[in-house]
Unconditional design. Sequence first.
Length: 224
Amino acid sequence: MKTVVMISAIAEWKAVKEIFPALEITTSPYGDTAILHHHGFELKLYHSGWGKIASAGAIQYVIDHDQPDLIVNLGTCGGFEGKIGLNDVVLVERTFIYDIVELMGDLNIVEYYASTLNLSWLPEPYPHPVRKGILASADSDLPPDKISYLKSLGAIAGDWESGALAWVANRNAARLLILRGVSDLVNEEAGEAYDNLALFEERTKDVMRKLFEQLPDWLRSVKL
């Protein structure tokens, strides 16, 4: 099974390089790339970059250039306090994008860019505990004043990239597995990692280590 693993944020990629110091890094049009031999699997890693623009471009490049059987996105997310716990892993089944503002008509932007991932090739029971749910995406850290609204749409956590990745994958009928570990919690008043980048970076290391430790079990469970 030809598998590409996409890593988005700078802190996430930095953590991966610390976890696997022997990686031989080369470059792609979107950033660093490397081959990782991991518990019997040969994985092509891409640091795709943060945000919607980099993510959409990079996943289309991966689909066209590598033609993988499976794309995996591993990373962090901000969990909504009261909906999910610190260190929980989200198996993303649906995404939406909430930071596009349209003032000239009545186009439902949230629904237009919402994506439901077909995970029928990933049979249950899953190999590790996860929270299967909805992730909200924007080119923004999670604004506390939007948390109630995002919860009302069913989201349990948020990030910068999953919405773009899922939307492009669906347009290409590509298999995409998104696993995001909760690195920090946000509520209607504050985010525990805001103004505390060191906390986020330290927890990111723990999240990425956990996700890569579990990844071989997920890959063995895939039925293509």
